[in-house]
Design a protein around this ligand. Sequence first.
Ligand code: KIV
Ligand code: ZN
Length: 501
Amino acid sequence: MKNIRIFDTTLRDGEQSPGCSMNLQEKLEIAARLEALKVDVIEAGFAVSSPDDFEAVRAVAGSVRRCGVASLARATEKDIDAAWEALKGAAKPCIHVFLATSGIHMEYKLKMTPEEVLAKTSAMVRYAKGLCPTVEFSAEDATRSDPAFLARVFSAAVAAGADVINVPDTVGYAAPQEIYELVSYLRANVAGIGKAVLSIHCHNDLGMAVANSLSAVKAGADQVECTLNGIGERAGNAALEEIALSLATKRAFYGAETGIDTKQIYRASRTLSGIIGVTPTPNKPIVGANAFAHEAGIHQHGVLANPLTYEIMNPADVGIPSSKMVLGKHSGRHAFEDRLKDLGFDLSGEALTAAFGQFKKLADRKKAVSDEDIAALAGEQTLEIADGYHIERFVVNSGSTISAMATVKLSRGDEVQEEASTGDGPINAAFNAISRIVGGGHELEDFSIRSVTEGGDALGEAVVKLKRGNEIITGRGLSTDILEASIKAYVNGINKMAVRR
Ligand code: KIV
Ligand code: ZN
């Protein structure tokens, strides 16, 4: 079996997609989940692009020991220096240099001739290699480049010391057969290819990112670049969970496997969607709510007789536990802790005590607490911001013949503030009261609420997107009361904004 390396770019290409930005603490949480998944490389950011990105790369480099950590850099000394400065503390650092090779990019964006691109590739890969033990070179827009020129550029990169050469389908234009032919061609025509890792990086504009990545594996690629839940620029990148499960489910066909601990997928996917406030669509393979649900009677009958009739994968393979015991208000801390472990959460100390307290409150309101509820409560522990605002109380009056009116009391340290406001409805009134307390400076860009499970007593999860300048911050809140969930989400967004500032 050939081992396929997984290069995760959730924190770089994924974070580039609108509304998916994360703060430092959230990036570290995702990096921890990626390390638990056992990805080979975590691309932590684009160090030169902003002070926040630089700090994120540095912090991930300092906290992750088992996986490689990469930073993106354009083919300039300034970018490469910034990447190296941020990566220095990593156990396995990697500078990821990129330069476009397609005719359209060279002429209109770079304003460089092909010969200049060749020379720059050699010079910048050599420069990066002088600083960092591992260098990856990406030929941006590779799939729309002339294959013979691409092979020359990659040959130059390998000769200059590149350890990995990456083939990005930057605009998601290629078809699986074209990728197969291109990768086969590069395998046969790049000088020194035996010394380098050949990598593929696909975008999903035509819905082909995963199919194209797998086609590349069939043609001899050694590494796949992907993101959790498939987030990324425009229509996203190839989804890590789909790549990992395709290879695990059809090992014999691909003759390849990854080192991914697939049982960590459910938790990693949930952690990410909780942080960015974007839940995968219900029919999303592997991690969508319906990915393992059988509705048709004929299917249900088959699955009961033998799960293999309609299930090619087991939900447990991706860490979705099949509950043997329903937890309720009589369940103790041990049962709760055990279930958390089954779900892939290893909370301890204050976070465990807080999650257990929330569970008890929830169990008082709901008869049976589901695994989804428990995962949501555990995920909520990462939302707490110690020195932020806390909700002391709120009172809301609303009805069809009166204007909605809310009073909210928040505390921060020793300071307690209370404000009242009217609004276009109870939630809007509460948000206006909170804005008065914190002094405004932001706009509500988006608000949504969904129930975590089914039934009238379900936990509601509210997500707000707050805009300050060009920045969008996501806040999240959970409660069986939708007003409380909404207020919690708004206050969480405000606190995250303050941390960012
Ligand atoms: O899609 C792309 O071309 C990229 C490169 C920078 C690798 O993300
Ligand atoms: Zn990309």
